[in-house]
Write a protein that binds this ligand. Structure first.
Ligand code: HEC
Length: 111
């Protein structure tokens, strides 16, 4: 391979790396496995498999990951309020939330 080609490839690789770093995140940031462990407390209301047994508690299984993370953050930060939800999410870190969202998104929406 000619030297010019090699440096061309290097430039493309550098550009690709930079683009990935600069683009808004659309990839999965959380770990579904870590989220499964953190979800033990949520299961009381949202069900072991993300399907709720109470018509006033939403199913979370199979919901969009980014939507889930956005809603959990909204509860934590007080933008969305619900007396039964707030205490369970009040102390979650962003990483906890990403993991929980990845976990619930990975579950099947069909019971
Ligand atoms: C005591 C019951 C209870 C527990 C425990 C609980 N939730 Fe909830 N959750 C609710 C209720 C009730 C709502 C609906 C609130 C509303 O009507 O706005 C809700 C809503 C949500 C939503 C929004 C769903 C949507 O479609 O917008 C998410 C996401 C969620 N909970 C995640 C969690 C996570 C993650 C945990 C554990 C850290 C958790 N919840 C623990 C009762 C609970």
């Amino acid at each position: 391979m000619k030297l010019a080609n090699v440096s061309g490839l290097a430039a493309i690789a550098a550009f690709a790396t930079l683009s990935v770093a600069l683009l808004p995140r659309t990839d999965a940031a959380g770990s579904a496995q870590a989220g499964a462990e953190k979800a033990a407390v949520c299961a009381a209301c949202h069900g072991q498999n993300g399907i709720s047994g109470n018509p006033l508690w939403p199913n979370l299984a199979g919901q969009q990951e980014q939507y889930l993370a956005k809603q959990i953050k909204a509860f934590r930060d007080g933008e969305r309020s619900d007396v039964s939800m707030q205490p369970f999410v009040a102390n979650l870190t962003d990483q906890d939330i990403e993991d929980l969202a990845a976990h619930y998104a990975s579950l099947s929406p069909c019971p």
